[in-house]
Ligand binder design. Structure first.
Ligand code: FES
Length: 86
């Protein structure tokens, strides 16, 4: 079984690498033939959902974990469900 890697891009999308099946709310699969990697929109502003189209940078999207980290004076990433105060 091959590994799937999902990278949270700073103030951007989720970068997905590896063999995956992507389905919509009705269970319909997207054709990902030939795509070794793709990015999923996290900001909600893409006109090509669920994929990122770069709009996040135009609207100045700030990821929630960054905002929470700044508000709580946290400086290092960690388990998002259990933020650690430094
Ligand atoms: S994360 Fe890129 S358009 Fe939404």
């Amino acid at each position: 079984m091959a590994d799937v890697k999902i990278t949270v891009r700073p103030n951007g999308p989720y970068r997905v690498e590896g063999p995956v099946t992507l389905v919509d709310h009705e269970g319909k699969e997207w054709d990902l033939t030939g795509k070794a990697a793709f990015s999923l929109c996290r900001c909600g502003a893409s006109v090509n959902k669920p994929f990122c189209d770069g709009t996040h940078s135009k609207i100045g999207f700030q990821a929630a974990e960054a905002a929470v980290r700044a508000e709580n004076n946290l400086t290092t990433p960690g388990d998002p469900t259990m933020p650690v105060k430094i």
